[in-house]
Design a protein around this ligand. Structure first.
Ligand SMILES: Cc1ncc(COP(=O)(O)O)c(C=O)c1O
Length: 444
């Protein structure tokens, strides 16, 4: 699988360019580390979800909304791109909601998530009129109902269902098994009871049900199984209560290729298989199809992004099992990409600012933080002559990089720039030392 975004090329001089911009120019203009987003690629990926799911479900005369999961990476300009591409937007905090609104995303196209939403998040969502609040607990149902009644509005809600389908690349990103914090269990009856509670609550309008089974999912069977369980739950509830339940959200989690030998779950395949799976449940049940929605995050933002670092130090280490490993230390690390240390994520990297004729050697790209686990790319082949001053590009870092970045070791979080047609624009500016010192409260 190609790991770079579609506009990545190597010019005649061998230098990597993205969106028509040479990485050396990007580094000179914006500094490193630098997150680079290929705007056209990002939009094309969003449009691919929209178009394939619309076509696949359209064959069954059903409608689908695509909610871009902003937790993958959100900036107000990105919210604007999603608005222009006719997508909706998932947010999971007050901050994400404010960025989405600043980007001009219409509130009715925003969904608010969270397993422990604060009252101010719920109030703000109700006052701006977000299209849906995905309720995650009985406590939230009570709190939201009370707030909505106090504010004289009706809250549109979906109940987050834990279907028991376990899927995803890592325990911490699989979200629909029983023993974890999200959602209401299908198996125990909690989901059904929560739906009843919403149905009966004067301040709530139960639109339907939601599930998200995990992330980095390659198996279409997992999506099939969860759709099956969701639709049976919906049918049972409708038969018992006469409720309409016009919406079903099947969540995100579509896998992307982080390395050259990895696979991705393409929307051009997933859309038709999921629509057919839905049809195989809906057709025997009969009745009107709900309006579906999906929530891809990583599959839109991930491959559209890359990170550019400057190499500082290299060293060779003899391995006990024989051979050696080249350590390549760059000017960022776990503060701008915590996924390797958190999930054992794998990445692909290349020297981007020149071509080298030197032989490739087993290498590890590490950061500058005070942890030996501060690894960005565990195993990658890099030229033996990789050296100080080289620019190194790491592919597919567009999702859960900047959005999970920290200031560990008082690091300054890198800027995010969008590139397109030979020009760049800043989406999120780099932290400055002044920012850092302004967060610190000096003593007397
Ligand atoms: C509720 C929900 N929807 C969608 C997503 C997006 O997942 P992904 O980026 O893997 O598509 C997440 C990720 O955590 C999520 O929690």
């Amino acid at each position: 699988m190609p790991v770079w975004s579609s506009s990545v090329t190597r010019g005649d001089d061998g230098v990597l360019a993205v969106g028509g911009m040479d990485v050396r120019t990007l580094a000179a203009e914006h500094g490193t580390p630098l997150y680079v987003v290929d705007e056209a690629d990002f939009r094309v990926r969003a449009a691919a979800f929209r178009d394939h799911f619309t076509a696949a479900f359209g064959r069954h005369r059903a409608k689908v909304d695509v909610f871009y999961a902003g937790k993958a990476f959100l900036a107000s300009q990105v919210a604007g791109w999603m608005r222009e591409e006719d997508l909706c937007l998932d947010v999971a905090s007050r901050g994400e909601l404010e960025i989405a609104l600043r980007g001009g995303m219409p509130p009715e196209r925003i969904g608010l998530h969270g397993n422990n939403k604060a009252e101010d998040e719920l109030r703000r969502a109700l006052s701006v009129g977000v299209g849906r609040i995905i309720v995650d607990s009985f406590t939230e149902i009570e709190v939201l109902d009370a707030l909505a009644r106090e504010m004289g509005v009706t809250a549109p809600v979906l109940v987050r269902v834990t279907t028991g389908v376990h899927a995803g690349g890592h325990e911490y990103i699989a979200t629909s098994h029983e023993d974890q914090k999200f959602g209401l269990s299908l198996a125990s009856g909690a989901a059904y009871d929560a739906m009843l509670a919403c149905h009966d609550a004067v301040g709530l309008n139960l639109l339907g049900i939601h599930t998200h089974i995990g992330s980095q999912i390659l198996s279409i069977d997992a999506f099939r199984e969860s759709a099956d369980r969701m639709l049976r739950l919906r049918a049972a509830f409708m038969a018992d209560t006469g409720a309409a339940l016009p919406e079903v959200d099947l969540g995100g989690g579509y896998a992307i290729a982080y390395t050259e030998d990895a696979e991705a779950l393409e929307p051009s395949v997933a859309a038709y298989e999921i629509a057919d799976a839905v049809a195989s449940v809906m057709d025997p049940i009969g009745g009107e199809w709900p309006r579906f929605s999906i929530e891809p995050g990583r599959a839109i933002a991930g491959p559209a992004g890359l990170t550019v670092y400057t190499v500082g130090v290299t060293k060779d280490v003899k391995l006990d099992e024989g051979g050696s490993r080249q350590y390549v230390a760059v000017d960022g690390g776990m503060s701008d990409n915590p996924r390797t240390i958190m999930y054992g994520a794998e990445y692909h990297a290349e020297v981007a600012s020149r071509v080298s004729d030197a032989p490739l050697t087993l290498s590890r790209v590490v950061g500058k933080h005070c942890e030996s686990g501060d690894i960005i790319v565990r195993d990658v082949q890099l030229p033996e002559d990789t050296r100080r001053g080289d620019l190194l590009a790491v592919a597919a870092t567009g999702a859960y990089g900047r959005s999970m970045a920290s200031t560990y070791n008082a690091a300054l979080r890198p800027a995010v720039v969008a590139v397109r047609d030979g020009a760049s624009k800043v989406l999120v500016r780099r932290d400055t030392l002044e920012d850092l010192l302004s967060w610190d409260v000096a003593g007397d």
